[in-house]
Structure formats: structure tokens, C-alpha cells
Design a protein around this ligand. Structure first.
Ligand SMILES: Nc1ncnc2c1ncn2[C@@H]1O[C@H](COP(=O)(O)OP(=O)(O)OP(=O)(O)O)[C@@H](O)[C@H]1O
Ligand SMILES: [Mg+2]
Length: 222
């Protein structure tokens, strides 16, 4: 296991990550989302879920991380992958160093996938950070390495959560369509437009990606 980077400054977004201090109602909302999601996955058989949204800053990373945390709390073995190689934040939120991760594996710098994974970041939760930001993220995602990674993840974990960039910017979430059970779309109250949601669903349909559900992120919890 790689060591946590103790030198990273505390990040203000950390307060939205599930912890012992999270209000009961918020924890309960995530538990309800987990119940719905696990039910949908049980019917599907596949266990890899990508979390995306229509536009930037709608809460993908926060919700992807929280879904991974709340699912790991059931005792299931969970892997969280930061697949946003343009604006990665998972390592910052979890205070992990990011010298090796997804880009190192997909770029062929680290051939052993297990060496690009942080073990037991929380009980039952392993994390693959983004790795150093590469010049060609789309090329890396569409390469054969992604298939190898997802096959490895499906074989070693009960559930896998993938944080992705917004679909308005790139369609990384749709490129993994054959290996994942589907996507969860995060929408932000008062900000995400109906038109954008419709476009996102249309994009999912065109790529044969199943929309597993939506998470409504709001800003009431500050
Ligand atoms: N419940 C919440 N209430 C208020 N602010 C929140 C909440 N959840 C997340 N945020 C804040 O919203 C911002 C965007 O969150 P996050 O990084 O999860 O979004 P994102 O969709 O992954 O963004 P990006 O498109 O850059 O990847 C962050 O500053 C985060 O701290
Ligand atoms: Mg993000």
C-alpha cells in the first residue's frame, strides 16, 4: 500500500465526504441511494458503475466517493477509480499521493495494476487515483488498458465506482459501455438544465450505456 500524503493541505471539499460527523439525514440519503443502486446491480450482474454529470462542478467526485464509502460500509470489497484524468480530485479528498495511478497503468509506466492501487484507504475501500495528468487522456481511456483494468476490477472487487469528467466535455463515461453496468448521473438543483439532462441521456442511449439512476446534489449541506 502506498503511503498517505500527510503534507497535503486540508481541502474544504472534504466536509462533504461521509465521516463520523456527517449529519444523520445525509447519511440516510446515501444509504437509500445505495439500496437502490445495489438492487439495480443485482439484477444486472455487472458491478462497475461510472458516476458522471452533464456539466462541470455538479458533484460527481463527491458523490462517487460517498457511494464508494457507503457501499464499503456494508462489508463489500469496493474499488474507487479516479477516471477524471483532466481534473482529478479523489487523491486530494482522501489525502493520497498521486504519483502512480490510472494514468501510470494505462500509459504502461506501471504494468502491475495492483501496484497502482491504495489498499484499505477506509475499511474495505481500495482506491486507484488518477495518476499524473497525462497529455492524452481520451487516447488512454479508449485503449486496451481500460478493458484490462475493468476486467481486473470485476474479478477482484464486489463493486467498482468510477469517477469521470462531465459528459459535456468528453464522453469517457460512455467509452466504457461494454464493461460497466451503467452510469449514475449527478444533477445539481438550480443549476443542471433539463436540456442538458436530455442530451446526456441521448448520449447514453447512442452508446448503449444504461442510465442506472440520478443523484440530486443540492447545496443545503454547507
Ligand atoms: N453537498 C454539497 N453542498 C455544497 N457544495 C458541495 C456539495 N458537494 C460538493 N460540493 C462542492 O461542489 C464543488 C464541486 O464538487 P465535485 O468536485 O464533487 O464536482 P464534480 O462534478 O466532480 O466537478 P468536476 O466537473 O470539476 O469534476 C466542490 O467544491 C465541492 O466541495
Ligand atoms: Mg470531479
Amino acid at each position: 500500500m502506498r503511503r498517505k500524503n500527510e503534507r497535503l493541505p486540508v481541502c474544504k471539499s472534504e466536509k462533504f465526504i461521509l465521516s463520523g460527523e456527517t449529519p444523520f439525514a445525509v447519511r440516510e440519503a446515501y444509504e437509500a441511494a445505495r439500496t437502490e443502486l445495489l438492487r439495480a446491480l443485482a439484477a444486472d450482474g455487472r458491478k462497475i458503475v461510472a458516476v458522471t454529470s452533464c456539466s462541470p462542478s455538479e458533484g460527481k467526485s463527491t458523490n462517487c466517493l460517498n457511494l464508494a464509502v457507503i457501499t464499503a460500509e456494508t462489508g463489500a470489497k469496493v474499488l474507487l477509480v479516479d477516471c477524471d484524468m483532466r481534473k482529478p480530485v479523489i487523491h486530494t479528498l482522501l489525502h493520497l499521493d498521486n504519483k502512480a495511478g490510472l494514468s501510470s497503468f494505462l500509459g504502461g509506466i506501471e504494468n502491475d495494476v495492483s501496484r497502482a492501487i491504495d489498499r484499505n484507504v477506509r475499511p474495505n475501500l481500495d482506491v486507484m487515483t488518477s495518476g499524473p495528468i497525462p497529455p492524452n487522456p481520451a487516447e488512454l481511456i479508449s485503449g486496451a488498458g481500460t478493458d484490462d483494468l475493468l476486467r481486473y476490477a470485476a474479478g477482484h472487487y464486489d463493486y467498482v465506482f468510477i469517477d469521470t469528467p462531465p459528459v459535456s466535455a468528453v464522453t469517457d463515461a460512455f467509452l466504457m459501455n461494454t464493461r460497466i453496468a451503467g452510469i449514475i448521473i449527478v444533477v445539481r438543483e438550480g443549476s443542471t438544465r433539463h436540456e442538458d439532462i436530455r442530451e446526456c441521456i441521448a448520449g447514453a442511449k447512442m452508446s448503449n450505456t444504461r442510465v442506472l439512476g440520478f443523484i440530486k446534489a443540492n447545496c443545503a449541506v454547507k
